[in-house]
Design a protein around this ligand. Sequence first.
Ligand SMILES: Cc1ncc(COP(=O)(O)O)c(C=O)c1O
Length: 416
Amino acid sequence: MYKAGEEEIEAIARVIRAGTLFRYRDGSECERFEARYAKALGVPHFDLSASGTLALSAGLIGLGIGPGNEVLVPAHTYMATATAVLAVGAIPVLVEIDETLTIDPSAMEHAIGPATRAVTPVHMWGTACAMDEIVEIAERHGLLVLEDACQGVGGGYEGRMMGAIGHAGAFSFNYFKNMTSGEGGGIATRDDHVAERARCAIDPCHFYWQGQDEGLKPFAGAGARASELMGAMLNVQLDRIDGIIGAMRQNRRRVLDATKGLSNRGLRQAPMNSPDYDCAAQLMFSLPTATDADAFAASTGGVVAGKTGRHTFTNWDQVLTQEGAHHRSLNPYTLPENAQTRRDLPEGFGTTSLDILGRTVMIPMDPDHGEEDLEALAHNIELAATEIADGALRAGQAYRDLKSPDLQKFDAQSDA
Ligand SMILES: Cc1ncc(COP(=O)(O)O)c(C=O)c1O
C-alpha cells in the first residue's frame, strides 16, 4: 500500500540537510514516532527496528522464548513468523487456518502440547484474528501471545488496535505495508521488562544512549537499529494511516453491499472476525471449489482478483527441511533442549488450510478507488460469478477497466 508524496520527501530531506541520521539524539524522529505510535496503539512501549522479521524475534526474546519452547504459528503467513521462532532457538508448531485466513482458535487449542509456550496469531492480509477466543485459550493454558501485526498496521479488532492486544505485537513497515519507510518494523508491548529485553535484541548497545534497566543483564543481539530516515518518513505516514484505513473500510463495505446477492451463484463473502475494525485491505470471497476460484481469478485476467500461493507453509523450505540456523550446532531442530518438542508435521497436516486457500479469492482494496472504480469492481465481480455459473459471458457483457494502478500489484503484494 505505497502512498507517499512531497511531505515524505521533505521530511527525509530535512534529516539529510541537518546531517542527523543517527537516532540517539535530541529531537530524534525515531523517538517521536515511537511515542506517537505507542499512543496510537494505546501501549506504553513501541520500539522501532530495521524490519518486521527482527521485530518478531525481538518480541519473542522479550517474552523469554527460547530453546525447549514451542510456538504455535498459523500455516498461512509470511515465513518470517516461523523463521523468527527458529531464530530464537525455539520450534514453530504449525496450526491450521479457518476461512478468515487466520489461525483457527479450536485447531490452536488442539495443537497445544506440554512444551508450548506461546502463540503468534497473524492478522494476515490486514484481516483480524479471533483475538477474544485466542486470548481466552492462551490464558487458560498459560501461553504468551505475540501478535504478528506486520500486515495489520493501522487496523483493529473490536475497538482495540491490532498488535496491542497480546503480550506483545510485531509490525512491519516494508514497502508493501499500510505504512512504509521502504523497510522497517517495530515491537509494541505494555510490559516494561519485555520492552527492555526487546530493545536489547534490536540494539545490544542501546543502553549507552537509552539507559539501562537495573534488572536487565545485557545479552548479545542481532543489531537492527532504525535510522532517522525511517523515523522521518514514518512520522508523515502516521498522519496518513487513519485516512487510508478509513477509506478502505468504506470502499470494502460498498463493494460487499453491492455483491451481497451473489451467494446464489456460488460466491460467498469470506467470514471476518472484525469487519468494522480491521484494515479492509482485501475483499475476500470463498468459492465452492478450487477450480471455481481459479476460474474466478482467470475470468478477470488476474487484474481484479488473485489467489495467494506464496504465504503458505508448503513454501517454507527452511522449516520443511529443518534448516533452522546458519550453523548446525545452532540449529533448533537438533538442539538437545528441543528433544521434547514436536519438530515434524503431523501426518496429513495442512489439508484444511490448503483447501481453504484454494477456494478463496482476494480483491485488493485501494483508498483511492473512486466511484467509478467501485462500480466497476462490483460489476466485474458479478460478471465473473455469472461467467463461472453459466460457463461463458452472454452477448454484450464485458468487464470494465479499473483506473487504480494498485490493482495490478497483486502478485507483488503476495511476495511480502
Ligand atoms: C505476516 C508477516 N510477518 C512478518 C513479516 C516480516 O516483515 P519484514 O519484511 O519487514 O521483515 C511480514 C512482511 O513481509 C509479514 O507480512
